[in-house]
Design a protein around this ligand. Structure first.
Ligand SMILES: N[C@@H](CCC(=O)N[C@@H](CS)C(=O)NCC(=O)O)C(=O)O
Length: 207
């Protein structure tokens, strides 16, 4: 059977949570580089359902939309909680991550110079919501077992720490959580690869 394939630009971006989930769960996959831009536009964009990547292939299944890909993998590898309530909490937090990721990405790509400081000034209000949700939790979003949304939230928090290194200092649960996910052997395995080390967070080099 052919390996799963993740087709994306060679950046962390919206691909990294997917890559981390795969490696942390021992799933072999292959990476397809859709760049540079001309190659993307000519050879990949027309095949992507919404004209965007990441584009994920698993046999006959072809998916776009990073959060749909994460959820597909969650269902496939038992990373979606044990029941409707757990799955809904994972969904809720993942949607919160998506909202903040969209704001972060807009700032990075459209307004970095003027927007970076106001974005950082606004962060505590946003991070407090996640802190409240994680306070008193044993290890991960759903307790002791990791779920798909953990990979996404960890990836976003990691980007935010790069943007503003002290940003988690006032949020003890989030700070401990970031360290806990970071220290998982599978996460370390991913982060010690030459591939990961060679990737910028964002395509324009701003971070
Ligand atoms: N909602 C989409 C957004 C995907 C997206 O913005 N993809 C960008 C790269 S990160 C892209 O494909 N850009 C090239 C283009 O739009 O042609 C997702 O979550 O996957």
């Amino acid at each position: 059977m052919s390996k799963m394939q993740l087709a994306y630009f060679q950046v962390r971006g919206r691909g990294e949570a997917i890559r981390t989930l795969l490696v942390d769960n021992g799933v072999e996959y292959e990476e397809a580089d859709v760049g540079p831009w001309e190659n993307w536009v000519k050879n990949w964009k027309p095949k992507a359902a919404f004209g965007q990547c990441p584009l994920f292939t698993d046999g006959d299944v072809q998916l776009v939309q990073s959060n749909a890909i994460l959820r597909y993998l969650a269902r496939k590898f038992d990373l979606y909680g044990a029941n409707n309530v757990e799955a809904s909490r994972a969904d809720m937090i993942n949607d919160g991550v998506e909202d903040l990721r969209v704001a972060y990405t807009k700032m990075i790509y459209q307004n970095y110079e003027a927007g970076k400081d106001p974005f950082i000034a606004d962060l505590p209000g946003k991070l407090q919501c996640f802190e409240n949700l994680m306070k008193g939790n044993s290890e991960y979003i759903l307790g002791s077992k990791i779920c798909f949304a953990d990979y996404n939230m960890f990836d976003l928090l990691d980007n935010l720490v790069t943007l503003s290194p002290p940003c988690l200092d006032a949020f003890p649960s989030l700070k401990a959580y970031h360290g806990r996910v970071m220290n998982r052997p599978g996460v370390q395995k991913r982060r010690s690869t030459e591939h990961f080390k060679g990737l910028k967070i964002n395509g324009n080099g701003k971070q």
